[in-house]
Write a protein that binds this ligand. Structure first.
Ligand code: NAI
Length: 330
């Protein structure tokens, strides 16, 4: 049995807490923490009466808490991961690992110095069945050498207009990891173009279009539309020299009815990736019982941050940017 504490009990933290409490054998949610205490109390009740904390240090130090999930807003991830590392407790941290390269590097160096893997990153597309099927096809070699990665990641409408930095660091981070994981290649160059969202706010982004090149010469493009008006979708298409393959676009079937053919589109990530979120925490708990996490690493989080930073620099300068060649610690 792994006794888990959940930091941040909003949309994602609430989902992880309930999945751990009700869908994960060998896991128990024993504590939750949120600056919004009534929110934490509600989730604690849903999880069968977990302890409620209002500050980070207390939940990390609680002797009943053996492992933690971080699902607070992005700027608070780095401090929370560092607290878990210092306490020697395993942690599943939502993406992004941090919001600056310096913070991500500090976490990487601290974990490496500790001599054991404690951190897993929430790049949960690795647990999505359509993505796994595409990965298996690629790994079989049937598509031949890849020449193009196309990632489409679109949302219906976020509550507030988003800055270009937030779109890249918070959302495109998923697509950056997808490309690295599926192609098993590192980025060498990126180029950002984008369409503004609010006319008199030049920092806001409605549509991000990123181009990229990888070490082996494969090219790629990522499209992130923050306001489709029609729903949420994540698609990946990989073209190889011997064919191309694309993930299924939605969880619902294609319907033919009254002379129309249609496929309902998911409203958001909580619906589209419902199964993947369950499988992610189930796998995480099993891996901890076996000794250490086996999912996406601190290294993956750090590299995603370095690539995201290059996309941000390209957005600001209007020029393609080189992605530094990084040496992975042994
Ligand atoms: P949310 O706004 O629904 O929830 C955030 C919660 O954190 C709120 O309850 C808020 O009161 C609490 N909070 C604020 N400051 C805090 C602090 N210092 N310490 C602890 N809790 C604090 O946001 P949402 O959508 O749940 O996102 C949370 C994280 O999950 C973000 O980092 C986001 O990037 C990530 N996320 C990941 C997704 C994925 O597919 N892997 C999907 C959606 C979000």
């Amino acid at each position: 049995m792994i006794q888990v504490g959940v930091i941040g009990t909003g949309g994602m933290g609430g989902r992880h807490a309930r999945n751990l409490a009700h869908k994960t054998p060998n896991a128990k949610v024993v504590a939750v923490m949120d600056v919004d205490v009534p929110r934490a109390e509600e989730i604690a009740g849903d999880c069968g009466g977990a302890k409620v904390f209002a500050d980070l240090d207390s939940i990390v130090a609680d002797p009943d808490v053996q492992a933690l999930v971080i699902a607070s807003p992005d700027p608070f991830h780095a401090e929370a991961v560092m607290a878990c590392l210092k306490a020697g407790k395993p942690v599943l941290c939502e993406k992004p690992l941090a919001v600056t390269i310096a913070e991500a590097k500090e976490i990487l160096d601290t974990e490496v110095a500790s001599g054991r893997r404690l951190v897993q990153l929430g790049f949960m597309r690795e647990y999505d069945v359509p993505h796994q099927a595409l990965k298996a096809l690629l790994d079989s070699g049937d598509l031949g050498q890849p020449v193009l990665f196309r990632g489409v990641h679109v949302g219906e409408r976020f509550a507030e207009p988003r800055t270009i930095e937030d779109v890249i660091i918070n959302s495109v981070a998923h697509d950056i990891h997808s490309a690295r994981w599926l192609l098993q290649q590192e980025f060498t160059q990126v180029y950002t173009q984008w369409v503004r969202d609010v006319v008199d706010r030049p920092e806001t982004c409605r549509l991000f279009l990123g181009q990229m090149a990888f070490k082996d010469g494969t090219l790629g493009v990522i499209e992130m539309n923050t306001a489709t008006g029609y729903g949420y979708q994540v698609d990946v298409e990989i073209t190889g020299v011997a064919g191309s393959a694309r993930t299924s676009p939605a969880s619902a079937p294609v319907v033919k009815q009254r002379r129309k053919q249609f496929q309902p589109i998911d409203p958001d990530w909580l619906v589209r990736f419902d199964e993947a979120y369950k499988r992610e925490v189930q796998d995480w708990v099993l891996s901890l019982l076996a000794g250490q996490p086996t999912g996406p690493t601190v290294w993956d989080g750090y590299v995603a941050m370095v690539v995201a930073d290059a996309f941000v620099r390209s957005a600001k300068t209007g020029h393609p940017q080189v992605v530094p060649d990084l040496e992975r610690p042994a």
